[in-house]
Design a protein around this ligand. Structure first.
Ligand SMILES: [Zn+2]
Length: 325
């Protein structure tokens, strides 16, 4: 898989431009920002890392989580996601054109992973938080007769799910009424980096799961290869959307703190090297000389082997966690 397959460079850059403008327009009033403690380990200490688009990123000296602090109020973030130029662009121009490619390369393998690691859930109740276009649930439906529920706050995307015959709760997880101890599996993909208060979210997931139920999530790993190398230049580090960068250790801490047992933490990412090489080749990003050498002289096999090494040793910026209540 290549980065260009799942997000076109010019479209992604346009999206980031709109995000930067939204960051200025929606969040100019920093008086409404609030100070937080480390979202993973709750430590009150942090050290300054960098500013980006008017937001300050700090890191926790205990668990090395990278996060925006201070950060916007919850209501202001919800308002931004409900109706902003960058959000509309993301749905219409960024996601829709690559939705079917993503189905094949991302969502279908994800559904197959679930059926492999949790084979007893084939008749269970499965909820996808931030279900978007409902593609993951569609792929589960192809494999299993489970009861499927999309939890999706965007009215437009909830309607897309409904149109596909998927049961929908049109709200944020934090607003979901009922359902305590009802789910066998809750999933959330590429959502965690956006959350205002991750601990509240995880506690809510815990309550909604049956005893023995599972939580499967993917998120960005702040200790992943491309993020560490590109750091403040990384396009993954994009406020106001991406405000939490946990790592394999700190996500474990948070989930255990909320009562979960960890089943597996891995980084099955495929794009770290491709993202770095794209920045070197197309965006004139200057890195230490070895990375330019690898970009010029490494053949495809060499680069694929390097990416496999990154993923296998938990250094990819794409992280997956499976936990049990
Ligand atoms: Zn911490």
């Amino acid at each position: 898989m290549r980065e260009e397959d799942i997000r076109k460079r010019d479209v992604f850059n346009r999206y980031l431009d709109l995000s930067r403008k939204d960051a200025e327009n929606f969040f100019a009033n920093h008086n409404r920002f609030i100070d937080i403690q480390c979202p993973a380990c709750n430590s009150g200490n942090y050290q300054y890392e960098f500013d980006k688009y008017g937001f300050t990123y700090v890191s926790c000296p205990v668990c090395h989580t990278l996060f925006v602090n201070p950060r916007p109020a919850f209501d202001d973030l919800i308002r931004f996601y409900a109706d902003s130029p960058s959000t509309h662009y993301w749905v219409e121009e960024f996601f829709k054109p690559v939705a079917e490619v993503r189905r094949e390369k991302i969502f279908r393998p994800r559904a197959e992973y679930v059926t492999e690691v949790l084979p007893n859930l084939n008749n269970g109740v499965i909820g996808d938080i931030g279900a978007g276009f409902g593609i993951f649930l569609e792929e589960i439906r192809r494999l299993w007769p489970s009861r499927l529920i999309a939890i999706e706050p965007s009215i437009d995307q909830a309607e897309i799910c409904l149109g596909k015959g998927i049961e929908v709760q049109c709200c944020a997880l934090e607003e979901l009424q009922g359902f305590e101890n009802e789910f066998d599996l809750l999933t959330c993909f590429e959502l965690f980096e956006h959350l205002h208060t991750p601990v509240d979210f995880v506690q809510r997931v815990f309550k909604l799961l049956k005893p023995g139920g599972h939580f499967l999530m993917t998120t960005l790993n702040g200790q992943g290869f491309d993020i560490q190398l590109l750091w403040d230049k990384s396009k993954s580090i994009s406020p106001p959307q991406h405000i939490n960068f946990f790592n394999t250790t700190s996500i474990t801490l948070l989930l255990q703190r909320c009562g979960f047992q960890i089943v597996d933490v891995s980084t099955p990412g495929k794009l770290d090297w491709d993202i770095v090489e794209g920045m070197i080749k197309n965006e004139e990003t200057s890195l230490e000389r070895f990375w330019h050498l690898l970009s010029r002289q490494g053949n495809e096999l060499c680069k694929n082997e390097f990416q496999d090494w990154i993923a296998r040793n938990k250094f990819s910026s794409h992280m997956r966690v499976l936990a049990r209540k």
